[in-house]
Design a protein around this ligand. Structure first.
Ligand SMILES: *[C@@H]1O[C@H](CO)[C@@H](O)[C@H](O)[C@H]1NC(C)=O
Ligand SMILES: *[C@@H]1O[C@H](CO)[C@@H](O)[C@H](O)[C@H]1NC(C)=O
Ligand SMILES: [Cu+2]
Length: 239
């Protein structure tokens, strides 16, 4: 009885109750409050259908709340996307460590960051981390108290953007649509950019396919040497 209950608790931890949310943004030395300028959901579940419009900025079955705030960000600096298991969790409760996979970040230039749904073209990838030296990028975030450090390119144009931070958990990814994708969009206003570059942009949904080698993969049965292929378009870097 006791053992089966323990097993049930462990099973629920690894499958249901230990997802994650990008809850807070740090910029220019200020860490803003939970849900400040971020469309956070009331439930921490993943998106699993990469063709869904809710892949852009999350959404049903995880209801997200709009925000009327915008955070100032200086191009060429780092921002901190802060991940937590729930909106109430602390830095030691980021995500079940059994959730392993890549981390990514994307930007989309918009006219009004408070209202733009983010769905469709306009996105470019500004960060990616996969698997290196036996460590998944998600482990790095968990061990860094939930902080994903994202460099904002200094060569992009000033203006309002959506910043989409993403973690992908691959523990169930051996079957199609088994990867768990976690993402939220922060509303930011970039200043100090040189505007020298115009990144090639991509559509969300559209950046991923369910059969991408980085999304359909049995991470527990890989052959050495294991080279993980991070999903999505090439990462943009300033020339
Ligand atoms: C941004 O963070 C990276 C990694 O921590 C660091 O190497 C880099 O110096 C930082 N850049 C700035 C402008 O602070
Ligand atoms: C964005 O920053 C610029 C430069 O500081 C400022 O003029 C503008 O009002 C800001 N826009 C928003 C929406 O915060
Ligand atoms: Cu989960």
């Amino acid at each position: 009885m006791q053992i089966s209950r323990t097993l049930a608790v462990l099973a629920s931890l690894s499958t249901g109750s230990a997802h994650t949310i990008f809850v807070q943004l740090g910029s220019g030395g200020t860490t803003y409050g939970v849900s400040y300028a971020i469309r956070t959901p009331s439930y921490d579940g993943p998106q699993t259908d990469v063709t869904s419009r809710n892949l852009a900025c999350n959404g049903p079955p995880n209801p997200t709340t709009p925000s009327d705030k915008i955070i100032q960000v200086t191009a060429g600096t780092n921002v901190s996307a802060i991940w937590r298991h729930t909106l109430e969790s602390g830095p030691n409760d980021v995500m079940d460590p059994g959730h392993k996979g890549p981390i990514l970040a994307y930007l989309k230039k918009v006219t009004d960051a408070k209202t733009d749904p983010g769905v469709g073209d306009g996105w470019f990838k500004i960060q990616e981390g996969g698997y290196s030296n036996g460590v998944w990028a998600t482990d790095t975030v968990i061990n860094n108290r939930g902080i994903q450090t994202i460099p904002i390119p200094e060569c992009i144009a000033n203006g309002q953007y959506l910043l989409r931070a993403e973690m992908i958990a691959l523990h169930g990814a051996r079957s199609v649509n088994g990867a768990q994708l976690y993402m939220e969009c922060a509303q930011i206003n970039i200043t100090g950019g040189t505007g020298a570059a115009s990144p090639k942009t991509y559509s969300i949904p559209g950046i991923y396919k369910a059969t991408d080698p980085g999304l359909l993969i049995d991470i527990y049965n890989t052959k050495a040497p294991f080279h993980y292929v991070i999903p999505g378009p090439p990462m943009f870097t300033c020339p």
